[in-house]
Structures are given as C-alpha cells and as structure tokens.
Design a protein around this ligand. Sequence first.
Ligand code: UDP
Length: 238
Amino acid sequence: MTTQPYTRVLLKLSGEQLSGKFDSGIDSEFGAWLAAEIKKVVNKGIQVVIMVGGGNYARGAQLAGHGIQRVTADNIGMLATMMNGLALADICNAHELPALVITNIKADQVADQFTHRRAESHLAKGRVVIVAGGIGRPYLTTDTAAVALALELDCQVVLKATKVDGVYDKDPSKHKDAVKVDQISFQDALADEAIRVMDKAALGLALEHELPIIVFNANQADNIVKAAHGDSTGTLIG
Ligand code: UDP
C-alpha cells in the first residue's frame, strides 16, 4: 500500500498516545521523541495540523453520570485536550519545531481562538498547528473533530496515530492468527463492529467526503514520516 506524498496532513494524537509510559497525564520525554518524529515530516516540506485528544485526563462518555451531565463531562474532556495541546506546543518549540495551539473553545488567557484564516496563516509560515478543544461542541470525540478539521483545512489525509500496527482482520488480543490488513474500504470498516480503532462517526464523515485515513503505529521510529510521505505503513481506510 503506497499512496502519493501529501502536502498537508492531519495528525490525530490521542491523549493515550501523549501519556507514553504513564497511565495518565503527559510523558514529556516521549513527547520530545514524538516532536522529533513530527519534525521529520516538516523537514520534507509537508504541512502538519495536529488534533489532540484528551483521554489521558477525561473522556465525556466515561465521566458522565452520578450527577455529572454529559455536556459538562464533554466540556471537561475538551478542557483536557487543551492541557495536552499546550504541553505539546511547548515541547515542540523547545525542540526547534515551531508550533502553536489554537483552540475551538474560548480560553483567551491561554490560547488564541481557532479560525480558518489563522490556521492557514500559521501553516503558510511553516508552523505546526495544534488544534485543541476538538470542534468545540459536546457529543463528539476528537476523532470526528479530526476528520472535520482535515476537511476544513484541505488536509489530504488523516493520520490516526495508535500503538498498534493498523487494522486487523480479527481482534489480535483474542486471536493469535489475526492478520493486519493493508487496506480496507470505508464501507467495510463501518460495517465491521470489531473495528474500534476509529469512531464510526469519524469514518462516516470521511466516507462522505472520500478523505483517506491511515491507522498506524506512531510509536515506531520513522512511521509518522512514512505515513505522511505516502510510504507503506499501517492500514489505509478509504
Ligand atoms: N470532546 C467533545 N467535543 C469535541 C472533541 C472532544 O466534547 O469536539 C470531548 C469528549 O468528551 C471526548 C473528550 O473531549 O471524550 C476527549 O477527547 P477524546 O475522547 O477524543 O480523546 P482521545 O481518546 O483521542 O484521547
């Protein structure tokens, strides 16, 4: 599976990814390694937009209940993405990768508001644009927000960073003979209940607009640049 090199990519980094060797919070040492990996992409002249998740602190669907309303829980989840975005931007800048956070929830004191114009302007200057706050509304996850943002900013692909090598024909934790698939159609990915690596809402939106998604292992050296460059890695959904 080899695709053409892209010129602008959307990298979806989950909170779990940023927590590295820890169970929660941010692993800044791992973050520095990630920044160096992302720099390889920028050095190839490929523009990078990052949508950060917040699951290392809070996920709305899990937090809601016992009095916490779903909307409140999702707001907490979005604030969690803000913490990750702020940390990641600092880590990138400290490792000579110019980056900044813009946010879809209003938080003037800590980050500029997301606007299309602002994002385009930073990207044109070679900066990594980290978007926090998802899409700024509840009942969504950052996977779906990532697809929406990729469409808004004309990214040619969504690179979904995970700790696994891609999509398998059956659950690899239950089946020793599970085989990784190089490519799967949106329709098959949507229909297969066992595929949970990406939200169905995100897949549906990507299908509607024919935006390819690459699910890949970002914890292996050179995999982010390989995925961004269109070299074979992970699973292409599209
Ligand atoms: N969230 C939201 N709207 C959005 C994006 C995220 O309400 O547009 C909330 C939602 O509660 C979600 C949480 O923020 O669970 C953290 O995002 P996510 O679960 O996608 O993080 P990840 O699993 O990628 O770390």
